[in-house]
Design a protein around this ligand. Structure first.
Ligand code: ADP
Length: 583
């Protein structure tokens, strides 16, 4: 309904109420007035006639004069015409008959006096009847007035209540569409896109409501499409996780399972029970492997877990879940703060790689071992052939022999290193710890390379920190490392240069270092020098190398609880060092 019509309706209602109230008041006032008039008209007039008739009798000496008779008769006639009360007619008829008798008895004074007395008595009776009627009517008027007062009071109260309720409800009635619009806008702002406003089409706000409903519909459609996109993306991600060969599961910040794939359920032997949403501690109780991962295992660690009765190896990877948290809105950018929301665990099944690696190591160990004997025999044969007691060989043959010897040395170095590596990898590294003097280890190593150094005209200088503490070490393996450092240093040093071998006393450990003045090593390769088979690319000087020496050195030193490292700068030489704990 239009506001104008509502106002008309409101004021019309007020008008009707006031009109009704006025009508009721008028009606009852009229009624009261009529009742009063009735008393005046009927009974008061009768009393007047009686008083007139009595005054005629009072003022005349009987017998009545003609004038008095006429006056009396006139008043009596009027009274006869104004009979209103029951019994009044009879009494008035008695007055008439007594009056007729009075007229007839003109000379009998006694009879006259008796008639007049009768007339007086009858007049009095008429007066009594009317007086009583007045009193009765007065009572009934009084009752009527009381009734009217009650009705008027009731009507006034009803009118007051109606107007009061009207004054309270009417503004709401007028503002109803605006309120509906407001509540609709509020619902939309609270993301309730199902909210709609319904107005009559004659309403002024009908157009606004239609526009609003269209907007809400579009918002709802937009939200639904977003939701379905999110839902399908979620399903896609779940399917990807489920199909992953690696075992994967995630926990939230409340330590409840967020997701888990079948591979992980199999690894942890969790069957088909519902896992998602359950607390981590609960799952840990039923699966020792799960408990191990959650409580103890570190990222990067390889774990041995029995899956379906078979031993399997898994490499653990973990990653914190950091979700962006929107702090405040800016139209051009969305500043985000990362909020920690849980952790993802990935178990890579490396059993196959492990098995292959073991097979490779065993193969290398066998081959290297088998090759060592024939190479040694070749070396021995070359040595014998070089012996003049066996026979003379010419210069050309000597050169060929020297080449064979050099290649045999190289092959022997390679097989020795491969064998060492295989031993390290299979965990067969045997350490023979003794209390050793660092100076002795250095001397032992230097004696192995001094011939090589002299040939290349490189000076080997030893710097020692006074008296060094005794170290707890495997002398042979430690010397092997130092020899490897020195061989490398010699390979990269120019003729006439110097290599410094030092041993320094550091707190609770002794640091051994080999410093050369060779070409140095680029920063980008330094990290990888200790990896197996790594050689600095385009390193022309190292045709004989295997890339194993430093890797084995690292294993040897770390097995003795030491640390190994390099400090180098291209063009400024390199310093390879390791530490060993003091005994
Ligand atoms: P290799 O048998 O190849 O020498 P190593 O593990 O001992 O194996 O050394 C790995 C690589 O490190 C070498 O191939 C070489 O490129 C680099 N390297 C080692 N020592 C030095 C050094 N003193 N100066 C420069 N480069 C070096």
């Amino acid at each position: 309904m239009k506001v104008k019509n509502k106002l008309w309706l409101g004021f019309g209602f007020l008008f009707v109420i006031v009109l009704l109230f006025g009508t009721v008041c008028l009606y009852y006032l009229n009624k009261v007035a009529d009742s009063s008039k009735l008393i005046l008209k009927d009974n008061y007039i009768s009393l007047n006639y009686c008083r007139e008739m009595r005054s005629v009798l009072d003022n005349s000496i009987p017998p009545l004069t003609k004038t008095a008779t006429e006056r009396f008769n006139t008043q009596l006639k009027k009274e006869e015409a104004n009979i209103t009360e029951p019994g009044e007619e009879q009494v008035v008829a008695n007055i008439r008959s007594a009056f007729v008798a009075l007229q007839k008895n003109n000379n009998d004074q006694n009879a006259i006096q008796q008639d007049i007395m009768k007339i007086r008595q009858y007049i009095q009776a008429v007066e009594v009847i009317n007086m009583r009627a007045i009193t009765r009517k007065n009572d009934s008027v009084q009752q009527y007035i009381d009734h009217s007062v009650f009705i008027l009071g009731f009507t006034a109260t009803l009118t007051f209540l109606l107007l009061f309720s009207f004054s309270i409800n009417f503004p709401g009635f007028i503002l109803k569409p605006i309120n509906s619009l407001l509540s609709g806008i509020r619902a939309i702002s609270e993301k309730d896109y199902q909210a709609r406003i319904r107005f009559n089409k004659n309403d002024e706000f009908a157009e606004v409501a239609t526009a609003f409903n269209n907007m809400a519909g579009q918002l709802s459609e937009w939200e639904n499409s977003n939701l379905s996109t999110i839902r399908s993306e979620k399903l896609r991600i779940e399917a990807i996780i489920e199909q992953m060969h690696d075992a994967i599961f995630g926990i939230n910040e409340k330590h409840e399972i967020l997701f888990i794939n079948s591979a992980a359920k199999e690894v942890f032997n969790l069957g088909t029970a519902k896992i998602i949403g359950r607390p981590v501690i609960e799952i840990a109780k039923s699966s020792p492997a799960f408990k191990l991962i959650i409580e103890k295992a570190k990222a990067g660690e390889t774990l041995n877990i029995s899956v379906n009765g078979k031993d399997a190896h898994f490499e653990l990877e973990t990653s914190e879940i950091n979700v962006p948290k929107i702090t405040d809105y800016r139209p051009d950018e969305l500043p985000v703060v990362k909020k920690q929301a849980g952790k993802v665990y990935i178990l890579k099944n490396v059993t196959e790689f492990r098995e292959r690696d073991e097979a490779k190591t065993n193969f290398i160990a066998t081959i290297s071992h088998e090759l060592k004997t024939p190479i040694s025999s070749i070396k021995m044969s070359v040595k014998l052939m070089n012996d003049e007691r066996i026979g003379n060989i010419n210069a050309e043959q000597r050169d060929l022999m020297a080449n064979i010897n050099e290649d045999s040395d190289r092959l022997l170095k390679l097989t020795t290193e491969l064998l060492e590596l295989a031993r390290v990898e299979t965990g067969n590294i045997q350490l023979n710890f003794v209390h050793a003097d660092p100076a002795q280890i250095i001397d032992y190593a230097i004696s192995s390379v001094s011939f090589q150094a002299a040939q290349k005209n490189v000076t080997l200088e030893i710097i020692k920190d006074g008296i060094l503490p005794i170290v707890n070490a495997d002398v042979e393996k430690t010397a092997w490392v130092l020899i490897n450092f020195l061989s490398n240093g010699l390979r990269y040093s120019d003729a006439g240069s110097k290599i410094i071998i030092s041993a320094a006393n550091k707190i609770n450990k002794v640091e051994f270092a080999v410093k050369d003045t060779g070409k140095g090593i680029d920063q980008q390769y330094q990290q990888r020098l200790f990896d197996r088979y790594f050689q600095v690319p385009a390193d022309g000087q190292n045709n004989a190398g295997t890339g194993l020496g430093l890797a084995i050195s690292k294993d040897f030193i770390e097995a003795q609880n030491g640390e190994i490292g390099v400090i180098s700068e291209p063009g400024n030489g390199s310093t390879f060092y390791f530490t060993l704990p003091v005994a």
